[in-house]
Design a protein around this ligand. Structure first.
Ligand SMILES: [Zn+2]
Length: 59
């Protein structure tokens, strides 16, 4: 299975049957789980840092 970036859909074989474009790259996940985990971890880290900053400013 390969992914056509033009049509934004998967297809079989070397060329996309919808637009005829030759796509070399193998199919890839739209959003890998490690990236989701990384984003969530970054958000939690930022919230923790803001919380620390606020509590430091209060004292
Ligand atoms: Zn296509």
């Amino acid at each position: 299975m390969r992914w056509c970036e033009n049509c934004d859909r998967p297809f079989e074989g070397e060329t996309c049957e919808q637009c005829g474009q030759v796509v070399e790259s193998e199919i890839r996940e739209p959003m890998p789980w490690k990236w989701r985990f990384f984003i969530v971890a970054t958000v939690i880290y930022l919230i923790w840092r803001i919380y620390q900053l606020v509590s430091w400013l209060m004292h």
